[in-house]
Design a protein around this ligand. Sequence first.
Ligand code: ARG
Length: 479
Amino acid sequence: MMLLAFVVLLTTVAPVASATGTTGNSGSKKLVLGTSADFAPYEFHKVIDGKDQIVGFDISIAKEIAADLGAELVIEDMGFDGLLPALQSGRVDMVISGMTPTDDRKQSIDFSNTYYKSKQVIMIRNADKDKYPTMADLENEKIGVQKGSIQETIGQGIPGAKLIALDKISDIVLQLQTNRVNAAIVEDTVAVGYLDDAIGLAPAIPAEEQAEAAVGIRKGNTELLNAVNGTLERLKSENKIEQLVTEASQLMADKVNKSQNIFQVFWQYKSFYATGVGYTLLLSALGVIFGVIIGLIICLFRLHDISILRWIGTAYVEVIRGTPMLVQLMIIYYGLALTLGINFTPLQAGIITLSINSGAYLAEIFRAGIQGVDRGQLEAARSLGMGRGAAMRFIVLPQAFKAVLPAIGNEFVTIIKESSIISVIGMVDIMYQASVVKNITYQGMNPFLIAAAIYFVLTFILSKLLGRLERKLSASDRR
Ligand code: ARG
């Protein structure tokens, strides 16, 4: 545990800790923006000069605010429904994400003056155009909405509607294309980016009044609130906001080529995947190292003479093994931040979760190995005059290690694959990058096939290496 604390400390100081791709530049003031970059033209991913960038008029506004403050803008991209907790826990300083200042939200955060207005529309497959002339026709339908958005609330008001609430708008459109939902509620400006031969707008209109967008600020941070309002007023008086919207819409309009094949997708976005591989390997390697350490400690506890230690060891294994890793991750990443104010970066939270989790499994593997060595071995060693420690070290543990090597190998392979779960908190690993590529290319299959291939190559190489080690160790058995 102390070692774990040490690495956490280490990764806090090291700039690599920032899993968002921003580098630590500890001289200047930073302004951290939280956003859900799936909302063109407000905020979206776009490859510019071969690099993935988050652009849009919200982002331009954020840059203006940062410039007025003389601060460096850092962008954190996350799911829309993660924005409020991120702001409250201090993970980000402000939220600009086309967010409507609703009364509900005002309970937990403050809002600037509004800077944009939009209407709600319903997207459907063009083939169904005549099916939904009025809102009443949408009753009892499957409707896609963004999780935590006002569109979700609007959807809840449609009698009998089965709502599918997802993190990202692109996922909702994918569901519409693949007939999993039959309609989606979005804002008019955003819908424009998705309309094509297959997807169109329904004549039905979900809500009369317009929804506004404002900047979210942590409660009580009046200094920033005033600064933001200052910048917004300046932009309004210069008529700059319309200009930014137009620019962003133009950026959105030059669409990506949807018909690239898998090799083209891989080649164009190879740098994304390369970054992902780096983080996946880092995450897994550190997860394995600390997992082994925790596993050894817990295994010692479980085999100890003192019953309370045995009890702790057993409790650890049972609790960790009996709860899903995703839940553990949420507790470590969001739970600790909201209750104790411990703000881990995604990388730190990922390493801790993976180590704690694999520690429980490895402890059991180690225990099985040690207990699997015939008692006679220990007795023989002792009767030859070896002390308990020496007998353990030279006789029991080497045999135990050899016996459990395949099981340990399995666990390492599992860690590499399971590390993909960490992507849900914004860790830029292979899985995360695959989603980013999906959002940019609007392709549902190729980005993930590429990710699968990469994971396979990694785990395949690892199991080959472990197989070699196994053969080397068993060479003595054949003599
Ligand atoms: N205006 C809507 C709301 O406040 C939707 C905003 C969604 N924003 C996004 N970046 N996806 O709920």
